[in-house]
Design a protein around this ligand. Structure first.
Ligand code: PEP
Length: 253
């Protein structure tokens, strides 16, 4: 059956000392307090990955993720980071297609499909993000927008490949705004996305894929969101920068 996952995306925040302190606190608090079997993923900036990975060590259920990667294997791509580099640094998951990458860095579905494939070919797991902007929801285009992002980004994959993908539904209007999608809105979209996968592949495949919700998840709303049948956890931004809040979110399954 699919995993429950709490992933903390630090974005471009924290110095090395601050990141090490946060990671140590989360690892230690989780060890003492978390009794569920959720997978915890710490997603620091690239430059902190090696240090965070050392701190994680063999901690049960804690993995390290990266926020992005190149679709290319190696070579003259100044400023880029390849999947094999991430793998050699101990990374297990790579976030692909966060709305900030789509919006601020012009990443389109074709590039995100190539990055997703590169992550899978390199033996890591993509956390593929989708989500509509406010204007699309207001125009009742939100299902169409997410369908296109899922189809163009993921549906070139084989069944064996897509089984290693985690999906994160992150409505753009809820990211970093303090506005959370209601648990009904989250459940509705997660069920819709799972239905798309069942149609393209089969129900068993759809039922095996973890679909995370992202957008202002905090200790006060995590439990209700995670209780929805098709919500398998959260991709958490702001609240993952505070160890107490993030561990309380992890405890909400
Ligand atoms: C995110 O960055 O993926 C995110 C969901 O951010 P926040 O939790 O701050 O809304």
């Amino acid at each position: 059956m699919r995993k429950n996952i709490a992933a903390g995306n630090w974005k471009m925040n924290l110095t090395l000392d601050e990141g090490q302190k946060l990671a140590s606190e989360v690892i230690n608090m989780a060890k003492g307090e978390v009794s569920n079997d959720a997978e915890i993923i710490l997603i620091p900036p690239f430059v902190h990955i090696t240090s965070v990975e050392k701190l994680v060590g063999s901690a049960a259920n804690v993995k390290v993720g990266a926020q992005n990667c190149s679709d290319q294997g190696s070579g003259a791509y100044t400023g880029e980071t390849s999947v094999s580099m991430l793998k050699s640094a101990g990374v297990s998951y790579v976030v692909i297609g966060h709305s900030e990458r789509r919006e601020l860095f012009g990443e389109d579905n074709a590039l995100l499909a190539a990055k997703t494939k590169a992550v899978l070919d390199g033996g890591l797991k993509p956390i593929y993000c989708c989500g509509e902007k406010l204007e699309s929801r207001e125009a009742e285009q939100h299902f169409a927008v997410n369908k296109e992002q899922i189809e163009e980004g993921l549906f070139g994959l084989s069944k064996e490949e897509i089984l290693n993908v985690v999906i994160a539904y992150e409505p753009v209007w809820a990211i970093g705004t303090g506005v959370t999608a209601s648990s009904d809105q989250a459940q509705e979209m997660h069920a819709y996305i799972r239905g798309l996968i069942a149609e393209k592949y089969d129900q068993e495949t759809a039922d095996s894929i973890s679909i995370l919700y992202g957008g202002s998840v905090k200790p006060g709303n995590a439990q209700e969101l995670f209780a929805q049948p098709d919500v398998d956890g959260g991709l958490v931004g702001g609240a993952s920068l505070k160890s107490r809040d993030f561990v309380d979110i992890i405890k909400s399954f």
